[in-house]
Design a protein around this ligand. Structure first.
Ligand SMILES: Cc1ncc(COP(=O)(O)O)c(C=O)c1O
Length: 401
């Protein structure tokens, strides 16, 4: 029976029957500051009082852009939109406008939203059987034709990337990736891989786009790009940047964004830069800037507590539970041995047991996504994590016993 939620506070959700859940979904990322972040809501409501929409620029947009430029290494100019999917489309348009080319190279298993043509070879679609052959483009709707303008590469595989770029690099407008592919695995690329991709992309005259919809401001105010030390030409932020309000941003270098500044690429959207979402994003960023020294290490510690606790439960129940964790994002796998690698490796995990345990744990008062991606907020205490672990213990006992 699906659960219907009624309200959220801090690390908890409450359903229509009054049951309370430790929330490890956090709306799949946005609720970095937990449910009902008081000061963010107050800032948004204050703005709503002044006006819902203007159909023209507001000072808040400039103030938000200035903050993003101050914190994100690659950001010199910023465009605002509402969702991650829209921001991906925007970034691709900018890359096409900037280069005069139309091919986008994406990586198998990376998720860039639900809009065509990028909703292909994403998590949920089977990994290519032969990772040494060119990866066929597979639409998320089985059997649907796909755009020929998006090419798919195996991530974390220098040879595959170089082969594709040698063939079609002169037609590639952008190489698009999640710098840390949270959608399939909370794992880092092999040392040197991202630097190699960045170097080869630029050598071929293409732009590098980092999709930081999950990682942006969740890994730190500089995003994953600050963490991995590789600076893209364009980056995409959404989810955590406004603590639950709908807003997304494309940040880029002056050179990449020139095609928008000079009007050759139009950035459309009735709801772009909604003033109350802008106010929420400013309040979120200011909070993280003021308290980040405490909050980010705390998120890391809670993430490690949950990851270590789950690994211990795997050992206790003799279950092949593999847990990847980077900061406040975890991914669980059900596989005897999971080499750190690419989507094909991650796809060797069995989805069934993970989904079954994550459904059983709901009855224990823990809300977690069926596919095992797990988020922690600044509101989760050590006791909340312990409470979640007790729930997992009981759910695993039921599943395996
Ligand atoms: C990396 C990444 N890019 C893009 C998107 C799409 O964002 P939205 O759901 O806001 O359209 C998501 C959503 O989960 C995502 O994880």
């Amino acid at each position: 029976m699906p659960v219907a939620f009624e309200r959220g506070r801090g690390a908890y959700l409450v359903d229509v029957d009054g049951n309370e859940y430790v929330d490890l979904v956090l709306a799949l990322g946005p609720m970095l500051l937990g449910h009902h972040p008081e000061h963010v809501i107050e800032a948004a409501v204050r703005q709503m009082d002044h006006g819902l929409q203007f159909g023209g620029q507001s000072l808040g947009e400039v103030e938000l852009a200035e903050r993003i430029v101050a914190h994100v290494p690659s950001a010199e100019k910023v465009l605002l939109t509402n969702t991650g999917s829209e921001a991906v489309q925007t970034a691709a348009r900018v890359a096409m406008g900037a280069t005069g080319r139309h091919v986008i190279l994406k990586f198998e298993g990376h998720y860039h939203g639900w809009i065509d043509p990028f909703f292909i070879n994403s998590p949920g679609v089977a990994a290519a059987a032969d990772q040494r052959a060119p990866i066929p483009v597979v639409h998320n709707i089985a059997g649907q034709p796909t755009s020929a303008d998006v090419v798919v590469a195996a991530w974390n595989d220098v040879a595959d990337f170089d082969r594709i770029m040698a063939e079609i690099g002169h037609r590639v407008a952008a190489v698009l990736m999640e710098p840390i592919p949270f959608n399939f695995g909370s794992m880092h690329a092999a040392p040197g891989y991202l630097e190699h991709v960045a170097m080869q992309t630029r050598r071929h005259g293409a732009l590098l786009i980092f999709d930081e919809v999950v990682s942006g401001f969740r890994m730190g105010l500089g995003g994953a790009q600050a963490m991995v030390g590789v600076t893209p030409d364009l980056s995409i932020f959404a989810k955590a940047i406004a603590a639950g309000f709908p807003i997304a941003a494309v940040a880029g270098s002056d050179a990449a964004m020139e095609c928008v500044s000079n009007g050759s690429v139009t950035h459309g959207g009735t709801y772009n830069g909604l003033p109350f979402s802008v106010a929420a994003a400013i309040a979120t960023i200011d909070h993280l800037a003021e308290r980040g020294d405490v909050l980010y290490p705390q998120l890391q510690a809670r993430g490690s507590q949950l990851a270590d606790g789950l690994r211990a439960l795997g050992a206790k129940h003799s279950a092949p539970l593999v847990v990847n964790q980077i900061g406040s994002v975890l991914q669980t796998f059900w596989a005897p041995h999971l080499p750190i690698g690419n989507y094909a490796d991650a796809a060797t995990s069995h989805a069934g047991p993970i989904a079954a345990i994550n459904e059983l744990v709901l009855a224990e008062g823990v809300h977690v996504a069926p596919r095992g991606i797990t988020f922690i907020s600044t509101e989760h205490t050590s006791e909340d994590i312990d409470r979640a672990l007790s729930g997992f213990d009981a759910a695993m006992q039921r599943y395996l016993g």
